[in-house]
Design a protein around this ligand. Sequence first.
Ligand SMILES: NC(=O)c1ccc[n+]([C@@H]2O[C@H](COP(=O)([O-])OP(=O)(O)OC[C@H]3O[C@@H](n4cnc5c(N)ncnc54)[C@H](OP(=O)(O)O)[C@@H]3O)[C@@H](O)[C@H]2O)c1
Length: 343
Amino acid sequence: MGHFSFPRFVIDQWTTIPQLEPVDLSGQTVLVVGANAGLGLEAAKHFARMKPGKLALACRTKKKCEDTAKEIQEVIGYGTISCYAVELADFASVVAFAEEFEKAEGRLDILLYNAGVSTQKYERTTDGWEKNLQVNLLSCALLSILLLPLVLKTSYLTAVTAHRPRLVFVTSDTHYWVKSIPEISNTSNILEKLNDKDYCNVKSVMDSRYFVTKLLIVLFTRELAARLPPSKAIINTVNPGLCHSGILRDVSGGLPLKVFVQIMARTTEVGGRLIVWAAIADRHREEALHGKYISDMEIREESELAISKDGYAMQRKLWGDIVDVLAAVAPRFKEVVDAHLSN
Ligand SMILES: NC(=O)c1ccc[n+]([C@@H]2O[C@H](COP(=O)([O-])OP(=O)(O)OC[C@H]3O[C@@H](n4cnc5c(N)ncnc54)[C@H](OP(=O)(O)O)[C@@H]3O)[C@@H](O)[C@H]2O)c1
């Protein structure tokens, strides 16, 4: 399915999602970024039920993290949890978190970048980036690349076992709604254009900004996966579908949206189940998941735009832009790209 189909969406939303088949996570370290609420909290609980060697949680504050760890301990009875603070709208915080994590943890088997924001209001972060763009895309790219050496070390440690480390980035089926963005396709610098204040002042631009960032994370993931062989790590995106959570808190839509969500949305537990599936499933044929978009516990085709010639051109341009921006944020970002990712 390269295009969004409303009947298909309704069927998906109302289809019963199977329980997760637990996998053996003993000795493994799982990191959930954005773990204190919504889907991230439920995903962390699902991982905790599988009793990993270590469950690491990253939340906006240490307190949110510790409260989450306490809840997981009480509800699931699992307590091998480490807590980290990270503010994803601040690159310095992401860099500091990556350094702290690498120093403290000996391995990273699963990275779930779940955190995300959806705001139609133009807000600039202290780093000067439009907030959706920084939290949903740039900080995800920064963190995953800075943690890549640890992932590769883990890959080496597990070379004799059947499974690879997994990097899973949460996207959305709303990326299908982005039909074309000619002003982006035709620009020499995608990120600069998306960050341009005048451009963001156009109402339709900010109205669709969340969907665009979710498309860009699909493109980033494909490019990253193309540069790293699946023998080293399996990287993919996952769509949880529409779920009850706090993600719509800043989205206009009034009563009709509320009613629609009430009728259509999945529980956060089901959404958490779906994103964890992308991180643990198909260990016997995990290469098949590399670079893929996963929805409803299966590989689905990305949007028509994503799979078009324009989409692939945008993907390559975006990669270059991301590397330029993040190399200036952290020199280590570029060192990791040069050392470990092919051209
Ligand atoms: N719910 C849906 O219908 C739906 C559908 C498709 C995709 N998704 C995706 O699913 C993921 C989880 O969203 P959700 O629905 O569970 O929403 P949510 O309840 O709003 O949870 C978002 C999580 O991200 C964290 N976060 C946001 N901005 C952050 C920042 N600057 N620094 C650190 N952490 C930050 C939040 O922490 P705080 O609590 O501190 O803000 C929270 O833990 C997102 O990527 C979202 O785009 C959701």
